[in-house]
Write a protein that binds this ligand. Structure first.
Ligand code: TPP
Length: 672
C-alpha cells in the first residue's frame, strides 16, 4: 500500500463553497446524507438475505454528490458501481430505484440487469456495464454530441483507480484530448481495485500526473471534502464549457468496506480504516456547517429521521412487489428496437458501378438524407479511407461529420454509442474487419445489449472490410461474421452485389439498431452492376434467390454468391439446374426463403469463405436438417475454408479457400 499523494495546495483560490448560499449548503448536506442512509438500509437488507449483492460507496459519497451538484441538469453523468449519489442527486424516482436495487418488478431494467446497470436518458444518466472503463469512450460520444449541436453541455464519467489501467481509459482520455471534448474524467481513487492496492496498479505518483501526458488539465483533490469536490468539478465544467477540453480529476478517498459485501477486507491494513474514519465526508461536512452555524444536533437528527422514515417506506414498498415476470416472447421482443427502415423502391436512374462506388454512394446519400449521420474512422476524412469508401465526403459534408479518429477501435465504437444515445446516427469504419477484435467488447456488450437491458435505441452502423483472396495474410483477410452472429442485439449484413451494397447500407443507417455491415474487399473493384441513383433500401433480414434452379440449392452470402453463380453456370452447361440463395442478412437470417428453396430442390449446400468449424453455415445446416428433413434427398452439405488461419502466400490461400472445392462438392451432391 502506497501512501496517497496529497493534493497540491493552490493558495490563490477562494475557499471552496464560498459561492454557495446557506440554503445551497444545507441542500448539499441532505444530498450527502441520503445515499449514506440508503446504503445503511441496503446493508441491513443484505444481512437479512433480502438483497443479493452490494458494492458499497460508504465514505466516498462526497465525490458522486459533489460532482452531480456542480453540474447542470442537462449535463450527462456516467456513474459506476459506488455512485448511488448520482442517482439520488439527479432526483431519480426512488420507488423505481429501490425496486431496481432489490431486483423487483417495476425497476429500471425489467429484471434484466442488476443494481446500477441502467441509464435513464431523461435524467441524462448513462449507467455502467460490468466491464470496467467501457463507459469512458461513451462519455466522449455524448460530449461530441453537444459539440456538434453547439451546446455547452458536458459529460462527467466516473472510474475507479483500478479501471484507469484498462485500455478504454487511455483511448477515451486521448480521444477527448485530441478532439477537445467537454468531458470530466472523474477518478475515484479509493486506494484499492478489489484486493489490489494502487502501488500494484500504476507507477505514477498521482493519477492526475497523467493529464499533461495527454495534453489536458488535471488535478488531484481531497475526495472526502464535499466542497473541494464541488469546486473542482465546477472548475472543470467551466473549462469544458469554454471549449478548453477535458479534465482528469483525481479524487482521493478510501473504500471503507469490502469490494462487495461478501468479499471482506482482510487484505487491508487495519490502521487505514482508523485513519480514514476521521476523514469521513459526512462528519467533515457537518463540522463545516456547524462552524457556520447552519447545523446543530437537533437539525441533523431531524433530517436523518425524516430521510430514514422515507427510506424504510420505500424499501417496504419495493420488497412487497413481485419478482419480475415475463414470457419468452416478451424477452425476445425487447432485444431489438423497432426497425425504422423506410421501404423505399429505387426510382433513380441506373448506372453500372462497382461495389465500392455503391458503398460510397450510400454513405453520401445517408449524410445527405439525415443530418444526424456522422462518420468516424481512421484516415476517412482527407485521405478518404484506405479503400476510398469515403473519398470526397469530408469536402462535401465537412470535417465535423466525417471525422478522422486516432488509431482506436474500442474508443471509436464507444463514442459511437454515446453519439447514438444523444440522438445521432454514427457510423464507424474499421480500417480492416480484422481490427474489430480491438473493439469487441464495445460491440458485443455495449452496443448489442443496451436496448435489451434498459430500452435505449442504439442506431450505430459499423462497416467492416472483410475477407480474403487478396494475399493479405492472417490479419487482413478474416471473415468475422461468426464472432458476431452469436450475439443477440446485433444485426449483421453481408452484401454480395453493388445494388444490395447500397440498399442495405441505407437500410442499416435507418434501422435504429447496431448493424455490422460486412463488405468484402475482393468485391470492391471486381463486382460491378446496375445501381439506381438516389435513395432506396434493401430490407434487412430478407434473402434473395439470385438464380432459380431445381436440382440443388446453394445458400451463401458475400463473395460466396459470385462463386456459387460461377459454379451454377458451369453446371448449367452440363444440364444441372442450381438455385442460389443470397442471404444478404445473416442476423436475423431469412429462414423462410432458405427453407422454401431447399424444400423445392431437396438438396442443399451451405457455403462460406470463413473456416468451417463454428462457421455461420452450421446454423443454417442445422435448421435445414430439421425443417426440411422429410424433403431432403441428401444430407445437407457445408463448405467453408480449412480450419487454419488465413495464410499469406496466394498459393497457400488457394488451398485454404473453399472456392476450388465448390464444384466437386456440388457434383457429388448432385449425384447423391
Ligand atoms: C474488464 C473487467 N475486468 C475485471 C473486472 C472485475 N472487477 C470488478 S470491480 C473490480 C475492481 C475495480 O477497481 P476500481 O476501478 O479501483 O474501482 P472500485 O471497485 O475500487 O471502486 C474488478 C477487478 C470487471 N468488472 N471488468
Amino acid at each position: 500500500m502506497r501512501e496517497p499523494v496529497p493534493p497540491v495546495a493552490v493558495p490563490d483560490r477562494p475557499p471552496a463553497g464560498s459561492d454557495l448560499s446557506p440554503q445551497q449548503l444545507l441542500d448539499l448536506y441532505r444530498a450527502l446524507l441520503l445515499p449514506r442512509l440508503i446504503e445503511e438500509k441496503m446493508l441491513v437488507l443484505l444481512r437479512q438475505g433480502k438483497l443479493s449483492k452490494w458494492f458499497s460507496g460508504i465514505g466516498q459519497e462526497a465525490i458522486a454528490v459533489g460532482v452531480t451538484a456542480a453540474l447542470r441538469e442537462d449535463d450527462w453523468i456516467l456513474p459506476m458501481h459506488r455512485n448511488l449519489g448520482v442517482f439520488t442527486g439527479r432526483n431519480v424516482d426512488l420507488a423505481r430505484l429501490f425496486r431496481q436495487l432489490l431486483g423487483r418488478d417495476g425497476g429500471l431494467t425489467k429484471g434484466r440487469d442488476r443494481t446500477f446497470h441502467f441509464g435513464i436518458l431523461e435524467h441524462r444518466i448513462v449507467g455502467m456495464i460490468s466491464h470496467l472503463a467501457a463507459m469512458l469512450p461513451v462519455a466522449d460520444g455524448l460530449a461530441l454530441a453537444a459539440v456538434l449541436r453547439g451546446e455547452k453541455r458536458v459529460a462527467a464519467t466516473f472510474t475507479g483507480d483500478g479501471s484507469t489501467s484498462e485500455g478504454d481509459f487511455h483511448e477515451a482520455v486521448n480521444l477527448a484530448a485530441v478532439w477537445k471534448l467537454p468531458v470530466l474524467f472523474v477518478v475515484e481513487n479509493n486506494q484499492y481495485g478489489l484486493s489490489t492496492p494502487v502501488s500494484e496498479q500504476y507507477a505514477c505518483a498521482r493519477l492526475s500526473d497523467r493529464a499533461p501526458g495527454y495534453g489536458i488539465a488535471g488535478e488531484t483533490v481531497d475526495g472526502n471534502d464535499l466542497l473541494a469536490v464541488h469546486a473542482a468539478a465546477s472548475r472543470a465544467a467551466a473549462r469544458a464549457r469554454a471549449g478548453e477540453g477535458p479534465t482528469l480529476l483525481e479524487f482521493l478517498t478510501f473504500r471503507m468496506r469490502g469490494h462487495e459485501e461478501a468479499s471482506g477486507t482482510a487484505y487491508v491494513p487495519k490502521h487505514l480504516f482508523e485513519e480514514w474514519k476521521v476523514k469521513d465526508p459526512i462528519v467533515r461536512f457537518e463540522s463545516t456547517l456547524r462552524e457556520r452555524a447552519l447545523l446543530d444536533d437537533k437539525k441533523a437528527a431531524a433530517m436523518r429521521a425524516d430521510l430514514k422514515a422515507r427510506i424504510d417506506a420505500l424499501a417496504d414498498e419495493a420488497l412487497a412487489a413481485s419478482d419480475p415476470h415475463s414470457t419468452p416472447e416478451a424477452e425476445l421482443a425487447d432485444v431489438y428496437a423497432e426497425s425504422r427502415v423506410r421501404e423505399e423502391a429505387p426510382s433513380g436512374e441506373e448506372s453500372e458501378v462497382r461495389y465500392i462506388d455503391a458503398i460510397h454512394d450510400a454513405l453520401a446519400e445517408a449524410l445527405r438524407q439525415d443530418p444526424r449521420v456522422v462518420l468516424l474512422g481512421q484516415d476517412i476524412a482527407e485521405y478518404g479511407g484506405v479503400f476510398k469508401a469515403t473519398q470526397g465526403l469530408m469536402d462535401e459534408f465537412g470535417k465535423a461529420r466525417v471525422r478522422n479518429t486516432p488509431i482506436i477501435e474500442s474508443g471509436a465504437l464507444g463514442a459511437a454509442l454515446g453519439l447514438a444515445l444523444d440522438g445521432f446516427v454514427p457510423m464507424v469504419e474499421m480500417q480492416f474487419g480484422d481490427f474489430v477484435t480491438c473493439g469487441f467488447n464495445q460491440i458485443v456488450n455495449n452496443l448489442a445489449k443496451t436496448h435489451y437491458r434498459w430500452g435505449a435505441r442504439v442506431p450505430v452502423v459499423v462497416r467492416l472490410p472483410i475477407g480474403g483472396g487478396t494475399g493479405a495474410g492472417p490479419f487482413h483477410s478474416q471473415n468475422v461474421e461468426a464472432w458476431f452472429t452469436h450475439v443477440a442485439g446485433l444485426k449483421v449484413v453481408a452484401p454480395a452485389t453493388p445494388h444490395d451494397a447500397k440498399g442495405l447500407l441505407l437500410a442499416a443507417f435507418q434501422d435504429g439498431n447496431p448493424v455490422l455491415y460486412l463488405e468484402h474487399k475482393q468485391l470492391y473493384r471486381s463486382a460491378k452492376g446496375k445501381v439506381p441513383a438516389g435513395s432506396y433500401t434493401v430490407p434487412l433480414g430478407k434473402a434473395a434467390v439470385v438464380r432459380q434452379g431445381d436440382d440443388v440449392t446453394v445458400v451463401t452470402y458475400g463473395v460466396g454468391v459470385a462463386w456459387a453463380l460461377e459454379a451454377a453456370a458451369r453446371l448449367g452447361d452440363e444440364g444441372f439446374s442450381v438455385e442460389v440463395v443470397d442471404l444478404r442478412t445473416l442476423l436475423p437470417w431469412d429462414r423462410e426463403a432458405v427453407v422454401a428453396s431447399v424444400r423445392k430442390t431437396a438438396k442443399a449446400l451451405v457455403l462460406h469463405e470463413a473456416p468451417l468449424t463454428g462457421g455461420f453455415g452450421g446454423e443454417i445446416a442445422a435448421t435445414l436438417a430439421k425443417e426440411c428433413f422429410a424433403d431432403l434427398d441428401a444430407p445437407v452439405e457445408r463448405l467453408g475454408a480449412l480450419d487454419t488461419p488465413v495464410p499469406f502466400s496466394k498459393a497457400l490461400e488457394e488451398i485454404f479457400s473453399p472456392r476450388a472445392r465448390l464444384l466437386p462438392m456440388l457434383r457429388t451432391l448432385l449425384s447423391f
